[in-house]
Design a protein around this ligand. Structure first.
Ligand code: C2E
Ligand code: MG
Ligand code: MG
Ligand code: MG
Length: 283
């Protein structure tokens, strides 16, 4: 993007200097720097981490985890995905980053299996560009063999934005993954613009209610109504429903009363390194 800026400055000439406000140039430089640092982190396998957040049932028993990437940046400190995942998606680095995260999860599940642990699924976030990448399905199949684990212990979370504009291809790919045995989840449900009828044409196991609805459900009747509708629809389609962003006992109780199956949020645990999770989770 730095090259693009220089190219534009020659093309547009002196009269177009407003295009190069220092602020904008600074933002471009910042993006380029992060892009380069991420390449280094990926090549040297240094600084990237995977944190895990439990999903619990009504009794607080852990039924699964979600893998969430973090980056201990050499100069910028501890970064959350909000600081670099969208950038990685736009540069294409997300393919490499996503595979790195997925391999961490495959390796962890292989270790858990070898250690004779009680297995639960671990979910991976798959961005649209990764999901639609030509080689993705073959790559996943190879990883299953390489790490020798059953696909039922890997859950793939996609978002409505992956489906948007690519329905036929996404459906075809989801069916292949479903037939391979992976668990499939729709993440952040309710925030996209897709029609509801598309859902029943996809082989999804899990629907995750976006945390924005959960955040306001206790005081906003409309958010409560949306959650009621999502639950009714998901139940009719035999999907497991997970509420994300559950922070309070009041939210948990309200969701449980409505028949939500699984709960994820700070009320039980924030995302943590695997080694910091104890077996029982209490609010
Ligand atoms: P997401 O998949 O919807 O993940 C849930 C986000 O909500 C996580 O943010 C999690 O830390 C946060 N969260 C969990 N419980 C609570 C709560 O009780 N209250 C609040 N306010 N937030 C809570 P995080 O880890 O910052 O990740 C943000 C997003 O980045 C994720 O949203 C996901 O879309 C993306 N992401 C994370 N890891 C990866 C990855 O490995 N690959 C890809 N492609 N995307 C990732
Ligand atoms: Mg997710
Ligand atoms: Mg989500
Ligand atoms: Mg979300």
């Amino acid at each position: 993007s730095a090259d693009l800026a220089m190219y534009q400055s020659k093309e547009l000439g002196r009269n177009q200097l407003y295009f190069f406000e220092p602020e904008m140039q600074a933002r471009l430089n910042e993006r380029t720097a992060i892009e380069q640092d991420l390449n280094e982190a990926l090549e040297q396998n240094a600084g990237l981490r995977v944190y895990y957040q439990p999903k619990v049932d009504l009794h607080g028993t852990v039924r699964g985890y979600e893998a969430l990437v973090r980056w201990q940046h050499p100069k910028r400190g501890f970064l959350n995905p909000g600081d670099f995942v969208a950038l990685a998606e736009s540069t294409g680095q997300i393919i490499h980053l996503g595979r790195w995260v997925a391999q961490e999860v495959f390796r962890l599940q292989a270790d858990n299996k070898r250690a004779g642990m009680q297995m639960v699924p671990i979910a991976i976030n798959v961005s649209p560009r990764e999901f639609l990448e030509q080689d993705y399905l073959n790559w996943l199949e190879e990883q299953l063999k390489l790490f020798d684990i059953e696909p039922q212990w890997i859950e793939l979370e996609i978002t409505e934005s992956a489906v948007q504009g690519n329905f036929a291809l996404v459906r075809e790919r989801l069916y292949v993954l479903h037939n391979m045995g992976f668990r499939l989840a729709m993440d952040d449900f309710g925030t996209g613009y897709s029609s509801l009828s598309y859902l029943q044409q996809l082989p999804l196991d899990v629907l995750k209610i976006d945390q924005s609805f959960v955040a306001h459900m206790v005081d906003q009747a409309t958010d409560r109504a949306i959650i009621t509708a999502i639950l009714a629809m998901a139940k009719a389609m035999n999907m497991v429903v997970v509420a994300e962003g559950v922070e309070t006992a009041a939210q948990f109780t309200a969701l449980a009363d409505q028949g939500c199956d699984l709960f994820q949020g700070y009320y039980w645990s924030k995302p943590l390194p695997w080694s910091e999770h104890s077996s029982g989770v209490q609010p």
